[in-house]
Design a protein around this ligand. Structure first.
Ligand code: ADP
Length: 193
C-alpha cells in the first residue's frame, strides 16, 4: 500500500518508471498527460479544452486538472494506493491533492524526484518526438515546457523536501537500473511491494 508521486522534468523518464513501479507495487499509475492525450484523441469536451494548452507546451489550468485528478482518485482501484505521474505540477495542485488525500483519511507516503541532466533531457525528447509523433515534442514547445517546469514545478521539490517525504533518484542509466534505485530507496523508507 503506497501513495506516491513521481516528479521530474519532461523527458526524465517518469512515464516509463510509472508503468514499472505500478506493476511492482500493484497500484494504479495515473498519468495526467496520458489522460489528457486520450481525451484529446477522443475529442471529449475536456480534450477540446486541454488541446491548445498542450500544443503550446503550457499547463492545462489547475481547475480542470485538479477536478480530473480528484475524480480519478475516487475510483475503487485507488483505495490501496496509487502512483501519480505528472501531477501535481503547481503549488495550487499540491494544495488540491493534499485536500483530496486528507479527505480520504490518508497521507502521501513518498515523492520520488527523478533527476537528469538538461542536455540528456533534450536528446530524449528529440528521440520521443520522432518515435511517438507527439505534437508537443517540437523544439520551441519543448523549451517552453522545460522553462515552465523550472519555474512552476521545481519549487514543489522544496515543499516535499520540507515534509521529509522526498527521495531524489538519479534518472540516468538503463531503465532497469533506475527502477532498481527507486525500489531500493523506497525500501529504505519501509515502503515495500
Ligand atoms: P511530460 O512529462 O513530457 O511533460 P506529460 O505527458 O506529463 O509530458 O504532459 C503533457 C502535457 O499535458 C503538459 O505539457 C501539459 O500541457 C499537460 N499536463 C499534464 N499534466 C498536467 C498537470 N498536472 N497540470 C497541468 N497540465 C498538465
Amino acid at each position: 500500500m503506497v501513495r506516491m508521486l513521481l516528479v521530474g522534468p519532461p523527458g526524465a523518464g517518469k512515464g516509463t518508471q510509472a508503468v514499472l513501479l505500478s506493476k511492482a507495487f500493484s497500484i494504479p499509475a495515473i498519468s495526467t498527460g496520458d489522460i489528457f492525450r486520450a481525451n484529446v484523441r477522443d475529442e471529449t469536451p475536456l480534450g477540446v479544452e486541454a488541446k491548445g494548452f498542450m500544443d503550446r507546451g503550457e499547463y492545462v489550468p489547475d481547475s480542470l486538472t485538479n477536478a480530473l485528478v480528484a475524480d480519478r482518485l475516487s475510483h475503487d482501484d485507488c483505495t490501496s494506493g496509487f502512483l501519480l505521474d505528472g501531477y501535481p505540477r503547481t503549488l495550487d495542485q499540491v494544495r488540491a491533492l493534499d485536500e483530496v488525500i486528507a479527505a480520504q483519511g490518508h497521507q502521501l507516503d513518498v515523492v520520488v524526484e527523478l533527476t537528469v541532466d538538461p542536455d540528456i533531457v533534450i536528446d530524449r525528447i528529440r528521440v520521443r518526438a520522432t518515435e511517438q509523433g507527439r505534437t508537443d515534442d517540437n523544439e520551441d514547445v519543448m523549451r517552453n515546457r522545460l522553462e515552465l517546469y523550472a519555474r512552476e514545478t521545481a519549487p514543489l521539490i522544496q515543499v516535499y523536501g520540507g515534509r521529509q517525504i522526498l527521495v531524489s533518484v538519479d534518472g540516468i542509466g538503463s531503465i532497469d537500473d533506475v527502477t532498481g534505485r527507486i525500489v531500493e530507496a523506497l525500501g529504505l523508507r519501509g515502503l515495500r511491494a
